[in-house]
Design a protein around this ligand. Sequence first.
Ligand code: SF4
Length: 59
Amino acid sequence: MSLCRFCRHVQAVKSGKGSVFFLCTIAKSDPKFSKYPPQPVIACSGHVPIEPSESARKA
Ligand code: SF4
């Protein structure tokens, strides 16, 4: 499973064909990161985990 799925910096983008891509939002300001990182991401220096309480609020 990819770290992006549980990262504060990710935005899920759905294509017209229904595929979902992970957009890394810090790529806008930091060229070290790819806008659409190859998946799965298993290690990332920019990863900031979402809090379990945040997940509960979104559910
Ligand atoms: S910072 Fe890393 S883990 Fe987070 S969305 Fe970007 S590439 Fe994925």
